[in-house]
Design a protein. Sequence first.
Lengths: 137, 421
Amino acid sequence: MSQYMFLVYQDEVDPSEQAEREAELPVFVEFFRSLREAGLLVGVQRLRSVESATSLRVREGETEITDGPFAVTKEILAGYFILDCDDLDEALKHAARFPGARYGTVEVRPVMAPDEWVRVARQAGADVPDEAEKDLA
Amino acid sequence: MSGAQPADPVAAAVARAFRDERTIVLATLIRQAGDFQLAEDAVQDAFEAAVTAWRRDGVPANPGAWITTAARRRAIDRLRRDRSVADRAERLAELMRLDDQHEEEPSMEDESSIVDDRLRLIFTCCHPALDMSARVALTLRALGGMTTGEIARAFLVAEPTMGKRIVRAKRKIADAHIPYRVPADEELPDRLRGVLRVVYLIFNEGYAATGGDRLVREELCDEAIRLGELLSVLMPDDAEVWGLSALMLLHDARRAARVDSSGRYVALDAQDRSLWDQNRIRDGLANLERAVRLRRPGEYQLQAAITALQIEAPDAEATDWAQIAELYGALARLNPSPVVELNRAVAVGLADGPAAGLALVEPLLADSTLERYQPLHAAHAELLSRAGDTAGAAHAYERAIALSANAVERAELERRLGALR
């Protein structure tokens, strides 16, 4: 079993089309309920509009804050969910069933498990205690 | 390794084992070791070790079994050294269990599991989550046995670029958990179509080389035909598998006649038919027959039937262009595409005269997606020329020449343009 994160990208559309999408909530609820009942759903979250995004980075000790998302693109990150799946084929099958895939794009990304995260760091020479895995979960 | 002519018997035996056994050994070891890269490295090690060992101890009675055992042990060694592998202990245990079990009789897995492993390998290499160029490269490497250098040269990219592409694809297979299995029944038709597309793309890249100085890159045609034959052995009940194999064989039969002694392109109607490869034609027609008998027409089968009609006619004039136009019509209904529509227009132009052909070409010229499609302008020029519109034909040839990236093809278009005046 591996975890996959499904990043949901969508166009920002005019209010009437957006209202049609909002009205589809029951279909989304059904989708996530079936995954939860199957024991596959790890989490799901919807994000507020990209207009409310703030991006921050620290360069040479200076904190730079910008209004807006990291990358300005036509399709913006609208939300995400995480599922337990056997393999990529199963993950892609769920992505294809996701109602928002009909008008947006779902990026499917394998999640790196905490033990692998720690192992990679150790290989790079980091001194990491075993309990670090708990902090990364 | 595929290009070298070995001088001594040991090298010849290693080359033969590489050709006949490598894919089988690799396909099984990937499943057992659970890692594409590890298995590929181990198989590579085993072949390198074979050269020394066989020279010292003689060529073993069953080279395939020797390679299988050697590759498995190399995989065990590599796993012992590499602490970064996630479920290292489990994989090691499984490989060592297999090693004990095969100690006495190191020979073969049963036949059906060999078939399944090779299918798993094909479906993994052609997985739709991989970039198309990576699917092609992985397939040629894992199933065709071409080296990264050979693949890079065939596709006119630098070897490190191709190497990175292959490494990235294998890393994605591991990290994203692309499964090593034959797809379930409900996804099989779709996935098989994807596999056939990869094989046909390899063939086409060889047959109508999009760049470079040679019109045909035989090594790619040969690999694609071998892959097509392998698929027909592994999936004999699929009509399109036979259809594709037939199509590639029938196209390839005309390989020697497509380019003249000075490297110039020769159009179908001007080809020396005595240069056509009769064995290829016989095999191609037999495979087409197998496809037809399964009674499920598909796009490759229809294209093979079209090619067969062109080949079976005694000459270009006697070709049944009306039936070819009809087959293109069937193809267009199955898989509507402007390219098919263009071919139909050419066939109609030959069956019913240039005016009928031009009437079908006109709407294609208005299609902006085809603006830069060289064959459209070449076919348009040909039809205009036959209809007596020399100025229009010249203009269309110039457009085609400007769009052609292949030197041989461009020379032929220039010759036709010159012949107008």
